[in-house]
Design a protein around this ligand. Structure first.
Ligand code: GLA
Length: 762
């Protein structure tokens, strides 16, 4: 190595080759130290000759916010200089390209190598190519590992000379910088050509085994793969390896191989790893996978009446209620004391009709099957309020985005019935944006009489509504108060009454009413301006002959929880859009504190829809990026918050884990509790948060969440959490009594996981 003061050498991993070669061989270059940093933006920062000696030192692998640049949003630059010894090439198994790993960058990056564009947001550019609009990308790639691969003979590389890497970072909000993973340069190795589809396949549970089969592929055109594919599972609580299996891999270039994994079903959090090791090379490729663990016990054969115990409708408005019952079929269901105007269809289990008189009508439901007989009460309240418990259903947005169509919507309704979700109380089937005519389409957006037209994907809304209703389910739709929806489709501005009438004609039971493009109409952000469009639509909804649950979607502006009920909303979004990451779900879910006292029967805070199962906001879906622990946290927290529960996944691809997650009646009962209280955090103890919700029977639902990165042993101290000194505890997910405890309860909580208990004071 040359010793040159003008540039800073980076730490190189020097390995003495065990072969006969005498010379030191460089196997990789760690770009850990010697990075320089400057806030602001200037094209000359990319130039190799630029004098950065006055720049500050900075650590990579942690955000700039932690290093004295707290709350810095916008541009900043990182630069590092390093020598690239030719021996790096020699040592490698495959000798054709170099891999530049920069860890994760929050939010966007453009990388220059020796003054030339190298890549952006993890995408490598060809030689001579320039950057596209790198920062106009949704969603933000802040969570993505940045890996740039470049051919060894690429002119942008300087072998045996100084190289300058300059990284232009744009942070659009929150934390920023090169924040995770240690940058390094290595030769591309066999593992880089290994593509695994394990994330695209879900585990299936059968006879005490969790099974999955997926394909691995050798994407190289000339490198043959031969080696071991090692599967290991480690119990997160004990740290013990509970499973180990080695599969032989033989994949000539361009070939693929099927891998089958079969692991005994686990009842708690596990870390699953796949490691590929190439024969004759010390190269390894590690993938992590998720082994879901099912906590919800199988549905019992005994008859059980599920779902909300109270149901509201206004006088004279059509009522539809499918009694949710589980157990061995066939059932005989009977109802007693139905108010005048309602009828019960014994075959379908659906109550329907209209009640003219206001009042509270306790209806007895009796269910019998070959195993036994149960009865329960449903209180039908005919009055001024609807949505007496948080709405539960499905919405098309988090899976299909604007690619939704009629078939997908009806398929979801069918799954609700066929897979039994409707038997646990799930009932709304809601179309989100994308059913209207596009704003920039040459087609007329409305008919001559001003009524709104649907696009070709929704040829007959009334027929769709009727078929959803025929299953005993409810039908929801979406619109916006401005001229256009958020997706750029026709919205309701100045046609509110006509649209409400169309919705009623189609049989709509639920309207999600957004804000997008109304920003151009509103004069300012004052409360009267924020309320105005919602009052206009409320007025219109009041004029139609159906009850339509009214969902405001303006992301919490002007503290909507303080006035959402006042403008006639049944629920209101309290935040921006959720996405399927821990960061997003965590910050939204655990941020619902200020609004707690505003939730109650008929008016709910809405922290956005669920991100479990196959999601994607468009035609291409992926399995949620939330781990099983995070998903248990998501559903537990939303239930404690009395949040509307709207499944946002492709129901036709509902896997065993997700189905079980969504059909735990004791968890759902917490969400649907008739008291309608929203949980609040009673204790924040380091990474642990204790959230408590009061229930109608005097019990408390308690979620003890671990927001940290490691399993934690935790003692819940009753008096610190406002719980009775002596209490009976029930594990809600496992539906199991835990016993009687005095003053405290010890538990283990997995990373990002939860223990959800029901506490009955003694
Ligand atoms: C907004 C909403 C989303 C969805 C889209 C539709 O972003 O917050 O939930 O309805 O609009 O375009």
């Amino acid at each position: 190595m040359r010793t040159v003061n003008s540039f800073v050498f980076v730490l190189a991993i020097l390995l003495i080759s065990c072969s006969s070669q005498k010379k030191d061989i460089v196997k990789g270059i760690k770009l850990q130290n010697d990075w320089k940093f400057k806030t602001g933006d200037n094209p000359s920062y990319s130039k190799p000759v630029f004098d950065d000696s006055g720049w500050k030192a900075v650590k990579v692998g942690q955000t700039w916010d932690k290093q004295g640049y707290e709350k810095l949003d916008g541009f900043a630059w990182y630069r590092v200089k390093f020598e690239l010894p030719a021996s790096l090439k020699k040592s490698s198994f495959i000798k054709d390209s170099l891999r530049i790993y920069l860890g994760k960058i929050d939010d966007f990056d453009e990388v220059f190598l020796n003054g030339k564009p190298l890549g952006y947001n993890g995408i490598t550019l060809q030689p001579e190519a320039s950057f596209p609009d790198s920062f106009n990308v949704e969603p933000s790639p802040w969570y993505k590992e940045r890996v740039y691969r470049i051919a060894v003979d690429d002119k942008r590389l300087h072998w045996d000379r100084e190289n300058v890497l300059a990284v232009r970072v744009w942070d659009r909000g929150g934390l920023g910088g090169m924040y995770a993973g240690m940058p390094e340069i290595t030769m591309v190795d066999v593992g880089d050509y290994l593509k695994s589809e394990h994330k695209k396949r879900a585990f299936v549970f059968e006879n005490g085994k969790a099974r999955k089969t997926f394909v691995i592929e050798n994407t190289s055109t000339y490198v043959n793969m031969e080696g071991d594919f090692i599967i290991s599972a480690t119990d997160d609580f004990s740290g013990k390896e509970i499973y180990h299996n080695v599969i032989k891999v033989k994949m000539p270039a361009g070939n693929e191989q099927q891998i089958s994994v079969e692991i005994p079903e686990q009842k708690e959090s596990v870390t699953l790893k796949y490691v590929y090791k190439q024969k004759g090379s010390d190269s390894k490729m590690t993938f992590t996978d998720i082994l879901p663990y099912i906590l919800t016990p199988p549905v019992s054969d005994k008859p059980r009446i599920n779902g909300a115990k109270v149901f509201g409708e206004r006088p004279g408005k059509p009522l539809l209620f499918r009694i949710p019952v589980t157990g061995k079929r066939p059932f005989k269901i009977d109802v007693e004391n139905l108010p005048v105007g309602l009828t019960f269809n014994k075959k379908t289990g659906i109550i329907s009709g209209k009640v003219a008189e206001k009042g509270e009508y306790p209806v007895k439901i009796i269910v019998e099957n070959s195993i036994g007989k149960v009865s329960g009460m449903l209180k039908i309240i005919i009055g001024d309020n609807i949505a007496l418990t948080p709405p539960m259903g499905w919405n098309s947005w988090n899976c299909w985005g604007l690619s939704v169509d009629q078939e997908k919507v009806f398929a979801s309704a069918k799954v609700f019935v066929e897979k039994g979700l409707a038997d646990h109380g799930w009932n709304f089937i809601n179309i989100d944006d994308g059913w209207e005519i596009k704003g920039d389409s040459p087609e007329p957006k409305r008919n001559n009489d001003g009524t709104i037209r649907t696009n070709e994907k929704f040829p007959d809304m009334k027929a769709l509504g009727d078929s959803i209703h025929s299953l005993g389910l409810k039908f929801g739709i979406y619109s916006s108060p401005g001229p256009l929806t958020c997706g750029g489709y026709t919205a309701s501005y100045q046609h509110e009454l006509l649209d409400a009438q169309s919705f009623a004609k189609w049989g709509v039971d639920y309207l999600k009413y957004d804000w997008c493009s109304y920003g151009q109409i509103a004069k300012n952000n004052s409360l009267p301006e924020l309320k105005k469009p919602y009052l206009v639509m409320r007025n219109a909804l009041d004029k139609v002959d159906r009850d339509i649950v009214y969902s405001l979607c303006q992301y919490g502006m002007g503290k909507v929880w303080e006035w959402g009920a006042g403008v006639g909303g049944n629920l209101w979004r309290t935040t921006g859009d959720i996405t399927d990451t821990w960061e997003s779900m965590k910050s939204i879910g655990f941020g619902q504190t200020e609004n707690a006292s505003f939730a109650g029967p008929g008016h709910w805070n809405d922290p956005d829809m669920l991100v479990v199962g196959w999601v994607g906001w468009g035609p291409n879906l992926h399995s949620t990026r939330l781990t099983p622990n995070e998903q248990y946290t998501h559903i537990s927290l939303w239930s404690l918050l009395s949040a509307p529960l709207l499944i946002g996944c492709d129901l036709e691809r509902l896997d065993d884990f997700t189905l079980n997650l969504l059909t735990n009646d004791e968890v759902i009962a917490i969400d649907q509790d008739v008291l309608g209280k929203q949980a609040t955090p009673v204790l924040i103890d380091g990474d642990v948060q204790v959230w408590v919700k009061e229930l109608a029977d005097g019990n408390k639902a308690v979620g003890i969440f671990n927001l940290g990165e490691e399993v934690i042993d935790y003692t819940l101290t009753f008096d610190k959490s406002g719980l009775p000194g002596k209490a009976k505890l029930r594990d809600v997910w496992r539906q199991k009594e835990l016993g009687t405890f005095e003053s405290s309860f010890d538990m283990k909580i997995p990373a990002h996981g939860v223990v959800l208990v029901r506490v009955a004071g003694l």
